[in-house]
Design a protein around this ligand. Structure first.
Ligand code: GUN
Ligand code: ZN
Length: 442
């Protein structure tokens, strides 16, 4: 099924009333009044056949199903550019840094996905949880098991969601029950790509867990696949933790840097999504920018696992695209609002101030651009698929009071971003279909 067919019946017309917020360009650092912000208070968002048809100041006439959310905010659905579907079971696990966390908590949870029933139930639960947090599109790591990819894509197709994912590659330095090998990986990837890549709103990502768990031969296989089909994405982890970086240096002494391991294997390109990228050198940032690759900045995970503070400003100044990611279960919430609040705090520690505009842009239009999907998601532009969410501007007395005394739009939206979470979500639409509605407020 094509993306157009996934959009639903052409005749269905709905109109959402609220304060519309999206972006027409990338906001600059520190600019609280930005021309990139498109704020249209008390407007109607028109959705026809699953796509955004237009925006009107006046209520549309007969033939439109009207949903009056006056006083609420309507934004493009959030895009989480790095998250692990099997890791809800290990979110909020105490006491470890990355490498220890993987072996103690994460690998055992992923091994359970050898069971088909478990992986199917997990996929459904996970995607419904994303939607209940206002995330309508995501770049996802399932597990090494091919059925985990089938289950995730099937569940995403059933929900009409834009999902980018692929079988996790790991043929060394991992438990027996989570290791594949080069021949099996090649066979399974080819079958999965043939089955899912380009179907409905799904795309395949060649998914290298991280350099330490793939042999040079497996990295080379991953690179060959990317070279053979430039429409494939590639996702992996990069320079997240200092012990990990030191291990990569030992395993790949011939490489100039961690990023260079991937570059040499043909895994650094415009469709590459690198999670973290904390411990980089200037030459790495230049190489990422030259390739048009993106960093999926995962602040909640970086704080929780004690990995380090990402240099967003340095990455952006070098020309690298930066998107935002939950990295659950290293991260502690699927709420992209919470992720943005953590991103602000990480930048504050580095002496930078992240505006609400920059954070929201990175989680919507910025991520869409970096993924090459700006015609489909990330904005309220006519023609885009109607992946949109309706938000309560304040939940609870503290946020309500803060919103009441806010004097500027940025002040109000920044307080929402900082104090809000999934409890603010009223309704999530995917290609114009309501896929989540909060029973308390809808
Ligand atoms: N590096 C390799 N695997 C993982 C993972 O599952 N989560 C995080 N945060 N980093 C990783
Ligand atoms: Zn991760």
């Amino acid at each position: 099924m094509s993306a157009a067919a996934a959009a639903g019946p052409a005749s269905k017309r709905i109109a959402l009333r609220g304060d519309l917020l999206d972006f027409t360009a990338a906001p600059a650092w520190g600019e609280v009044e930005s021309e990139a912000v498109r704020f249209r208070p008390d407007h109607w968002l028109l959705i026809e056949g699953g796509r955004i048809a237009g925006v009107e100041a006046e209520a549309p006439g007969e033939g439109w199903a009207r949903h009056d959310h006056a006083g609420r905010m309507i934004l493009p659905g959030f895009i989480d550019t790095h998250v692990h579907s099997p890791q809800l079971d290990v979110i909020a696990s105490y006491g470890t840094e990355l490498l220890d966390w993987l072996t103690t908590h994460t690998f055992p949870a992923e091994a359970r996905h050898a069971d088909l029933g478990h992986t199917e139930a997990t996929a459904a639960l996970f995607l419904d949880a994303l939607l209940a947090h206002g995330t309508t599109a995501a770049v996802i790591f399932p597990t090494v098991h091919r059925q985990s990819v089938d289950a995730l894509f099937a569940a995403a197709e059933a929900r009409g969601m834009r999902v980018i994912a692929g079988k996790v590659l790991m043929d060394r330095n991992a438990p027996d029950d989570l290791r594949d090998d080069v021949a099996t990986a090649e066979r399974e990837m080819e079958a999965l790509i043939a089955r899912w890549h380009g179907k409905a709103r799904l795309a395949y990502a060649v998914t290298v867990r991280f350099a330490p768990t793939s042999s040079p031969a497996q990295l080379a296989l991953a690179g060959r696949l990317c070279a053979a089909d430039p429409s494939l994405y590639m996702q992996t982890h990069l320079a997240e933790n200092r012990a990990e970086v030191a291990w990569v240096r030992e395993l790949f002494p011939e490489a100039r840097s961690y990023l260079d391991v991937y570059a040499r294997a043909g895994l650094l390109h415009a469709k590459s999504v690198f999670a973290h990228g904390i411990w980089l050198e200037d030459a790495d940032r230049a190489a990422l920018a030259a390739a048009g690759a993106q960093i999926a900045h995962s602040p909640a995970s970086n704080l929780f696992l004690g990995s380090g503070l990402f240099g967003w400003r340095a990455a952006e100044d070098a020309g690298v695209a930066v998107s935002l990611a939950s990295d659950v279960g290293g991260g502690t919430s699927l709420s992209m609002l919470r992720i943005m609040a953590d991103a602000y705090k990480v930048q504050a520690l580095a002496g930078q101030r992240l505006t609400a505009w920059k954070a929201l842009h990175a989680a919507t239009r910025g991520a869409a651009l970096a993924l090459g999907l700006e015609g489909e998601i990330g904005s309220l532009e006519p023609g885009s698929l109607a992946d949109v969410c309706v938000w309560e501007p304040a939940a609870g007395p503290v946020a309500a009071r803060r919103a009441e005394v806010a004097r500027t739009l940025h002040e109000r939206v920044f307080a929402w971003m900082t104090l809000g979470d999934e409890r603010n979500l009223v309704e999530a639409f995917v290609a114009g279909e309501s896929r989540y509605a909060c029973s308390a407020t809808a």
